[in-house]
Design a protein around this ligand. Structure first.
Ligand code: NAD
Length: 424
């Protein structure tokens, strides 16, 4: 359950336009010029490479690889590498831009990037994937770098692939450069606390929002959709902070107990049941749809995109939604949710705990010192809390919902940094 940093793409025809359209309203409120809008929209660098790889049967196949640096205005670009048969330049461009905004919201000194290789890793042997990743790294030697562009895992890649990149890059440089990627195995310079970082950040954001709404965690209830990396850590930590988690769910369905679910028991059950909650007896079965409309204080969608739409938004009774997943609320539902007065802590803020601890991994690699888990957690919590407060204050100032406020914070930061740095 390693940390990956995927993002939702709504429009397969034109992912970049679709992604940027969310920023239009924010850009208007910040009052940026058309020129600045164009600067923010056009990626700084786009690289396409052909990657010949010897397959296990001796034949040579050529794969296409991409790397897009959307922005390096705030610092070195940061973003994952995905292996997926459908990946293409448009999608990578949109995902790279998404990373720029996400880092800007939590105020970490990174620009946004993304990479991809069009391939199907499920049909390839470990040796074939290794040769592909090494070939891709060699092709990107003048793109990657701890001060230039720092890849991380995304769909189809994990710590194993990151280790290969470190090795290949280090060989080329004649020295060990583990800060060239994040999401590495712990022994190779990975950070403690990274696995649980996103769920932890979701919890910090939820507690901060509860505080603003004067809700006492010990008298509050939560329902959490998705019991994987993000959902189960959020459930454990919310439970630890006194919140009664009355419902959880995964792909097998929902589980409800009005007295609160024993989360430790649910995690143990899932771990001994091939990762599934199916058959969990500590709660009564409900559907995933029913979970979304429970009368709880906090709803955490932490499974997949587009689960809250204009079809079901009206039935939501939660006082707040904290988006653990990327893009769980469709744009068409926003208006209904806002009209109902439900506070939404948007994905770009709520699930940024993962990218924050990636940043810490890079910092630790560069200072050559390993932080304790406690230090990682305390610093990550502070970044998440500060980011929440910044977005909340912006939402009050502009009198806009938190989602729009998060975009305003991000755009404003990148645009004003650009103004200071200047251009030709
Ligand atoms: P995961 O694969 O570990 O867990 C996904 C969970 O959702 C599983 O319990 C699965 O059974 C459940 N699920 C899948 N389809 C479902 C459905 N239709 N209804 C109900 N449950 C369903 O994934 P994850 O890493 O926890 O990621 C979850 C979401 O959070 C994704 O949107 C991901 O993009 C986003 N996210 C994850 C991270 C991270 O650090 N892992 C960071 C940022 C954003």
């Amino acid at each position: 359950m390693a940390y990956i940093e995927p993002a939702p793409i709504k429009d397969k025809e034109n992912p970049l336009e679709s992604m940027m359209s969310r920023f239009d309203a924010a850009a208007r409120m910040v009052g940026i010029s058309d020129e600045m809008y164009d600067i923010l929209k056009v990626p700084a660098r786009q690289v396409i490479v052909g990657l010949p790889v010897t397959m296990d049967n001796g034949s040579i196949r050529v794969f296409e690889g991409y790397r897009v640096i959307h922005s390096n205005i705030l610092g070195p670009a940061k973003g994952g590498i995905r292996l997926d048969p459908a990946v293409n330049l448009d999608e990578v461009r949109a995902l790279a831009a998404w990373m720029t905004w996400k880092s800007a919201v939590v105020d970490i000194p990174y620009g946004g990037a993304k990479g991809g290789i069009a391939c199907n890793p499920r049909e390839m042997s470990a040796g074939e994937i290794e040769r592909l990743i090494r070939q891709y790294t060699v092709s990107m030697l003048d793109v990657f770098g701890p001060d230039r562009d720092i890849p991380a895992p995304d769909m189809g890649t994990g710590p194993r692939e990151m280790a290969w990149i470190v090795d290949e890059y280090s060989k080329a440089k004649g020295m060990t450069v583990n800060s060239v990627v994040t999401g590495k195995p712990l022994v190779l310079g990975g950070s403690l606390g990274r696995t649980e970082a996103t769920g932890r950040g979701v919890t910090v954001a939820a507690l901060a929002a509860m505080d603003k709404l004067r809700m006492n965690p010990y008298r509050s209830t939560a329902a959490i959709q998705g019991f994987g990396n993000v959902g189960s850590f959020a459930a454990e930590l919310l439970h630890e902070r006194g919140v009664s988690v009355v419902a959880v769910s995964d792909i097998s369905g929902g589980y409800y107990n009005e007295n609160g679910i024993d989360i430790t028991a649910a995690v143990a059950y899932r771990n001994n049941n091939r990762g599934s909650l199916e058959g969990f007896t500590g709660a009564e079965p409900i559907s995933n749809e029913e979970l979304l409309s429970l009368p709880v204080d906090v709803l955490v969608p932490a499974a997949k995109e587009d689960v809250i739409t204009d079809d079901n938004a009206e039935s939501i009774q939660a006082r707040m939604i904290v988006e653990g997943a990327n893009g769980p609320t469709s744009a068409s539902a926003d208006e209904i949710i806002n009209r109902k007065g439900i506070m939404v802590v948007p994905d770009i803020l709520a699930n940024a705990g993962g990218v924050t601890v990636s940043y810490f991994e890079w910092v630790q690699n560069r200072i050559g010192y390993k932080w304790t888990l406690d230090r990682v957690n305390r610093r990550a919590d502070r970044i998440m809390k500060d980011a929440f407060d910044r977005v909340f204050d912006t939402s009050q100032h502009y009198k806009v919902p938190m989602r729009l406020a998060a975009y305003i914070v991000a755009i404003d930061k990148v645009a004003s940094t650009y103004k200071y740095r200047g251009g030709y």
